[in-house]
Design a protein around this ligand. Structure first.
Ligand code: PLP
Length: 396
């Protein structure tokens, strides 16, 4: 039996720590999802999510994990045989491709080394070569949670416009929304996919699609089979503040409170806080003499940092020691980077001293696991947090 003598340190990049305020907001009697009290909640969370996605278009909320929202994005807009362009940024891009293939989409998968964001120059080349506009959608993962590399969705939009290609732009911002700047409308995103258990500080269980007018029109014309995921039906019910099925009432109560908290802090401040924590984490990793998984200085994720251990040292053994000794969960390396990488989540409900505790646990764990490293990582991070190490501080 695990005994927690204080708060467990949940430093995986999702699910993230749920604030007490959100827990209390959910600790309510379940209500009649067809009654007037629910409609008030329904309208409130639909409007709140439009503000978070920064869109005037509908946001569809599913009682699902992010994977359901991925599937919804595809079955509403695409049909078997449709060509889609996807980029191998890491494990989540690989999993999204898997869904596309199960729906018999024709996936053109641009290879990547899992240490950079998407290869947008190659996306552009393939779009230019697609004179007949066979590619129906370009799909990118905004914040690749398996590596800690960011792909800028706005750059993807710019290149689609530059080459005048009509493909839909779909963005997985499951671990980006609420942690990284995101502008669904201003960036011209057609379908944004998100989940509740990352920057939104909720338990897992809600999936989101934000859509564009163009995506809605494509979906209306799409005869492909779908029922539960069908946007039109949900949007029709949402007009009355309700859903076509029993919604996850208590998670929605939590969502209302979580967005309130994000807005009290101010989304810009939330994004800046994550950037600062990411910069401080990288300063620690540099001081330890270790490498980040992301090697592009412009692509480091504000939400998590993938950290490599030297060859011959097993990252999962290190994580096990940290869990057993210090009651802290760090993210495991996934698929290709299993055993080579551990991930430090600095996403969601998180502050300077939580980061200090996290990095102290990592530094002690490196010692105990006999991973070759230098000391001083925690001190280096403190310099960044105090604002003394301008070189490491994130740009404004
Ligand atoms: N996409 C990204 C970027 C993720 O981080 C995750 C989960 O961690 C998913 C998709 C899958 O979401 P879920 O596990 O909620 O189904």
């Amino acid at each position: 039996m695990t005994v927690h003598t204080g708060r467990h340190f949940l430093q995986i990049p999702g699910p993230t720590n749920v604030p007490d305020r959100v827990l209390r907001a959910m600790d309510m009697p379940t209500l009649d999802h067809r009654g007037p009290e629910f409609a008030e909640l329904g309208f409130a969370v639909l409007a709140a999510m439009q503000r978070v996605f920064r869109t005037r278009q509908p946001v569809i909320i599913y009682p699902s994990s992010g994977t359901g929202a991925w599937e919804a994005a595809m079955v509403n807009t695409l049909s078997p045989g449709d060509k889609v362009l996807m980029c191998e940024t890491g494990q989540f891009a690989v999993l999204w491709r898997g869904i596309a293939e199960k729906f018999k989409l024709d996936v053109d998968f641009i290879p990547g080394d899992w240490r950079h964001g998407a290869d947008l120059a190659e996306v552009e080349r393939r779009l230019v070569a697609d004179k007949q506009h066979k590619i129906k959608a370009v799909c990118v993962v905004h914040n690749e949670t398996s590596t800690g590399c960011v792909t800028p969705p706005l750059e993807a939009r710019k290149l689609l416009d530059r080459v005048k290609h009509p493909a839909l732009l779909m963005v997985d911002t499951i671990s980006g929304l609420g942690s990284l700047v995101y502008e669904h409308d201003a960036w011209g995103i057609d379908v944004s996919v998100a989940g509740s258990q990352k920057g939104l500080m909720l338990p897992p269980g809600l999936g989101f699609n934000a859509v564009s007018e163009k995506a809605l029109a494509v979906a209306r014309a799409n005869q492909g089979m779908r029922s539960y995921w069908d946007w039109q039906e949900v949007i029709a019910f949402n007009k009355a503040g309700t859903f076509p099925y029993t919604p996850a009432c208590n998670l929605l109560m939590g969502l209302r409170e979580a967005v309130k908290m994000l807005e009290e802090e101010g989304l810009e401040n939330v994004f800046a806080r994550h950037k600062r924590h990411s910069a401080a984490t990288r300063a620690a990793i540099k001081a330890w003499g270790l490498e980040t998984q992301c090697v592009d200085p412009n692509a480091h994720s504000p939400a998590l940092t993938g950290t490599r251990l030297p060859d011959g040292h097993d990252a999962d053994n290190f994580r096990k020691i940290v869990l057993e000794k210090f009651d802290m969960s760090l993210g495991t390396g996934l698929n290709k980077v299993k055993g080579k990488v551990f991930r430090i989540g600095h996403i969601g409900h998180f502050n300077d001293l939580m980061l200090m505790g996290t990095l102290a646990g990592v530094e002690m764990g490196l010692d105990l696991a006999k991973v070759p490293h230098r000391g001083g990582g925690v001190l280096a991070a403190m310099e960044v947090l105090k604002g003394h190490d301008a070189a490491q501080a994130p740009e404004a």
